[in-house]
Design a protein around this ligand. Sequence first.
Ligand code: SIN
Length: 286
Amino acid sequence: MTLTIDIEPLSPVLGASIRGIDLRKPVDVATQKMLYQAFIDHSVLCFPGQELAAADQLRFANFFGRGDGGDRQKSRDANNRRTGQRGMMYVSNIRENGKLIGVLPDGEMMFHSDGAHRESPYRATTLYAITIPSQGGNTLFANLYAAYEALPQKTKDKIENLVTRIVYDYEAVDRADTIAADPVLPRAQHRLVKTHPDSGRKTLYLSRLMTQDIVDLPADEGEELLLELFDHCEKPEFVYAHEWKVDDLLIWDNRCTNHARTDFPAEEQRKLRRYTVSEPDAPVQT
Ligand code: SIN
């Protein structure tokens, strides 16, 4: 039987909604390739109304690269770096026995790109909505191709060869926390302008939460440029706000988008299940 798969844009900025596929069932290789192409074309895909067990979500993640399916562990080495395997985690404000069941902090989160503090960042992230608050808790996606393309040529020339330092504090929700934090936090250096390996398009690669400074510029000059570029990337014309519904499955491309989260009522529950997708040749340990 041939599936009729419907692909509809989610917004003029980025994203597509995909219907007509049941991700609990096997998906043939041709369809997997078609989904990968849609992922490259739209950067964010939403599959509404899926009723997925964790194993279904991991199988789906594997269509897009190497799904990180190990038993997630939270151990750290002597330098405070996480040593556990990457794996499933909840993004949630729910606490059991006084402890968060998820890893990311509550409330609003600034724009960031998952795994940018690693030498080999996550290619993609998948997030599946289990419990959603009555308001807020939207995930915002910024199109970093469009943000790059809209820059004046003079700025493009200035930033073409710059390299940034990216750092991540697992407890931080804003830039001040991250910058003030412990110097042994995991960090990496990346080019500020990258060429996406699949689309061949140029994209900005920086985020307000994680980009600490620009390696080759004096601190003040670098900070001024970063703040200008953060404001630019977050302009409404580059941002799509996803209002979650239970059973939405999203996948986004961390190589050309940033995402952020809006606040939501602390007394309401929010629970999403996350599997990341690594580059196939990335180290398996974190
Ligand atoms: C994330 O940053 O990976 C989670 C986004 C969200 O909670 O909406």
